[in-house]
Write a protein that binds this ligand. Structure first.
Ligand SMILES: Cc1cc2nc3c(=O)[nH]c(=O)nc-3n(C[C@H](O)[C@H](O)[C@H](O)COP(=O)(O)OP(=O)(O)OC[C@H]3O[C@@H](n4cnc5c(N)ncnc54)[C@H](O)[C@@H]3O)c2cc1C
Length: 381
């Protein structure tokens, strides 16, 4: 007989694990499923923005994260091909922490709260059933199904045709890829550095253990001849910005920390519900250079958790949940998404380096305001 959970959370990134923890904390029998095995390295800048701190606190995750000894970051530095720089003090303290450690820590907290974690398990289909939903999975070549009264999709941005939230890549828009690796041998201040060049940018973020995470978002058409490995792509990108090339000259890649992802869709429309609630990147994606994707993933989960709880208690119908969640997500994310896309567009212009550093010097308040407009408001429940 199929086991029936109270809640099945599909995808165990930040959005999914924080939601699973929250539901398990409230006593619900919760299943958290992910197709990958953990810990694993993931393409991400590994910059946890100041705005994410209040949401982490609301989930009771702050201590678990502090114990991982993240690096503290207080400044963002933008560095252009011609060597000009813009410095932007952050509105609070940010953290540099690898997804390898962070995601595994969130799994532990969800399990300690009582959630069941199933990794190496790919969700293939979700169907309505009398008691709620039936979730079809594949694990090690074996097909299984589990039941759940409610199901929440938190499976990130690269969904699958036929599953809720899937949006096909728009062939009229530029296609991007992401790559990442850790480096040793780079000394960094408590600063996140973003190096811009033709066809993309690379972020260097200090993380735990004295390492530096390098992650790049690149136009695929600008890097067709860069080779097939993360190393060759990172080297090709570094050659386009002399300051970056110099910074990485003495650095050594840490074996086994490389990862790549494509396509990265920067312009997917916000979709908070598609038969199921969609969390984090499966709902929308703020341009990665804003460094707020993880914060938005956590925030969508914080918005969803009390509604899911009320639905399980029978105090809220699915239709009411859909309406309230969709409205709340739109209200919180619309502004940051619009401004984030504008910022991404500005920084992708070929002549940005010739005017932006001057403009930022002449009107530092304006540059700060533009960045501020891309941020989420502090979380209050
Ligand atoms: C180049 C780049 C740099 C970035 N830098 C930053 C940064 O510095 N700071 C920041 O805040 N954000 C950054 N982001 C964005 C950030 O990584 C995401 O916003 C964040 O990971 C979203 O979390 P999530 O939980 O929604 O999705 P994810 O973390 O992607 O988790 C989704 C999970 O679902 C699983 N999954 C998918 N499909 C299935 C399936 N069918 N069955 C079972 N499991 C499934 C996946 O394996 C995955 O573990 C960056 C993104 C990119 C591409």
């Amino acid at each position: 007989m199929t086991r029936i959970y109270d809640a099945a959370v599909l995808g165990a990134g930040l959005a999914g694990s924080s939601l699973a923890k929250s539901l398990a904390d409230k006593g619900w029998d919760t299943l958290l499923v992910d197709r990958q095995l953990f810990p694993r390295h993931k393409v991400c800048g590994e910059f946890l923005s100041p705005e994410s701190q209040s949401t982490l606190q609301s989930f009771g995750l702050h201590e678990a994260i502090a114990s991982l000894e993240p690096r503290r970051i207080s400044l963002a530095r933008l560095i252009f091909e011609n060597g000009s720089e813009v410095e932007l003090p952050l509105p609070g303290e940010a953290m540099g922490l690898s997804r390898y450690s962070l995601d595994a820590a969130l799994h532990r907290t969800a399990q300690q709260a009582g959630a069941s974690l199933q990794t190496g398990t790919t969700v293939k289909d979700v169907r309505r059933a009398g008691y709620g939903f039936s979730v079809m999975t594949k694990q090690g070549g074996q097909r299984c199904s589990v039941g759940a009264r409610i199901v929440i999709a938190a499976w990130g941005s690269n969904g699958h045709a036929g599953l809720p939230g899937y949006r096909r890549e728009d062939p009229a828009k530029p296609s991007f890829m992401g790559v990442k690796t850790h480096f040793s041998g780079i000394v960094m201040e408590p600063v996140i550095e973003l190096y811009f060049f033709r066809g993309g940018y690379m972020g260097l973020c200090p993380v735990e253990g004295g390492l530096v995470n390098a992650s790049a978002l690149l136009r695929r058409d600008a890097f067709v001849n860069a080779g097939q490995t993360v190393l060759s792509i990172i080297q090709a990108a570094a050659r386009r910005n002399p300051m970056l090339n110099r910074k990485l000259a003495q650095a050594a890649m840490v074996k086994g920390t490389q990862a790549a992802v494509a396509p990265v869709q920067l312009n997917r429309k916000l979709l908070a519900w598609d038969g199921l609630p969609l969390l984090g990147d499966s709902a929308t994606m703020i341009p990665p250079l804003c460094g707020d994707g993880m914060s938005m993933a956590l925030r969508s989960s914080a918005i969803c958790a009390p509604l899911a709880d009320r639905c399980l208690r029978g105090e809220l119908s699915h239709a009411e949940w859909e309406q309230t969640y969709t409205q709340a997500v739109r209200k919180e994310f619309k502004g940051p998404l619009q401004w984030g896309r504008l910022l991404q567009g500005l920084l992708s212009l070929s002549n940005t380096e010739s005017w932006l550093p001057h403009a930022a010097r002449l009107a530092p308040g304006l540059a700060q305001q533009l960045v501020q407009a891309t941020r989420l408001k502090p979380y209050s429940c």
